[in-house]
Design a protein around this ligand. Sequence first.
Ligand code: UD1
Ligand code: F6R
Length: 365
Amino acid sequence: KKGNYDHFMQKEIHEQPHSLTTTMRGRLRDKSVVLGGLKDHLKTIRHSRRIIFVGCGTSYNAALAARPFLEELSGIPVTMELASDLLDRKGPIYREDTAVFVSQSGETADTLLALEYALSNGALCVGITNTVGSTLARKTHCGVHINAGCEIGVASTKAYTSQIVVITIMALAIGADSISTQSRRESIINSLSDLPDKVREVLRLDNEMKDLAESLMQMQSLLIFGRGYNYATALEGALKVKEVALTHSEGMLAGEMKHGPLALVDETLPIIVIATRDACFSQQQSVIQQLHARKGRLIVMCSSGDAASVCSGGSCRLIEVPLVADCLQPVINIIPLQLLAYHLTVLRGYDVDQPRNLAKSVTTQ
Ligand code: UD1
Ligand code: F6R
């Protein structure tokens, strides 16, 4: 089943050009999108007062990555809830809300309990899952299957990128009635068609990520700074490193750096800064300058061709990735971090597909 690969996680990382293709199959037209599972509910969603994403772990991070684009196209406030925290707080949910539950397995206990809670409060409940026939798929009012294919490695990889793509397509469907965003929508639909090829391109960084993993073998901790579309990339990259490489790692919002984390910076702590081209680029450049000034041990992820400009005034290691549309860049940017977590784990001799203490599907609270 693993084919030419040593581990399922490795296979699933490299499968992403294919899994993304199946996720998008039948759903993209020239200038529009089709989601069979949502089409009868789009009107209700467009009229909702708020869209609430609910999920755990990687599924939450995927929703966070797609949130800016959904806000942009829908004009509806989009809020984020970790399922357990929503339950702990019994946060208010109303009939006028659309609650979107994101879960690869469709069986995560916290997510399902939050679903019960939202159903009992009268919200429209939408599911986004990889598992046909799962409890989530059955109990939601409507939804979208991500069709990424069965994911076996405990660390979620291909489901993450497919979830981002499905939520992006959902945003395109919700925004489809607006003339003012039409050219933006068409350009994103074009970028979606090109995405599998760009993913193939970024996967060529495999050996480079193995070298980087070797150079980071001794680290105790790894910080990852992102912002905007790639705040989620920082959180998700750190989650991968924690859960498979069993190494402390934290993803942080770069805008929060000077509000505390800056105190951690020294010559030894490795820090990855995500600084690919988008509206936040100049802010990330100034973050890099500040980290240089404190002699931080920097690894900068930048768009191809930006190597010379992004790291002027200090030394740093670079990860150059292909540039895609801003809202799809998180799909590309997570891949080198998935590869890094994978190689770190193998080098350290840990179990990649079955990390200690973890289960693929967390069916208890
Ligand atoms: C569906 C078929 C697909 C077929 C296509 C052809 C299924 C599972 N999918 O895909 O095989 O090729 O039509 O047009 O038979 N749903 C939920 N909650 C969820 C996920 C899905 O209620 O969490 C519901 C949807 O609202 C929909 C149904 O399940 O009614 C299938 O969803 P999805 O597979 O995404 O629909 P299509 O892409 O249209
Ligand atoms: C991380 C990971 C977990 C899951 C989380 C939710 O790689 O696998 O964080 O993402 O347990 O699982 P699902 O998506 O099945 O609800």
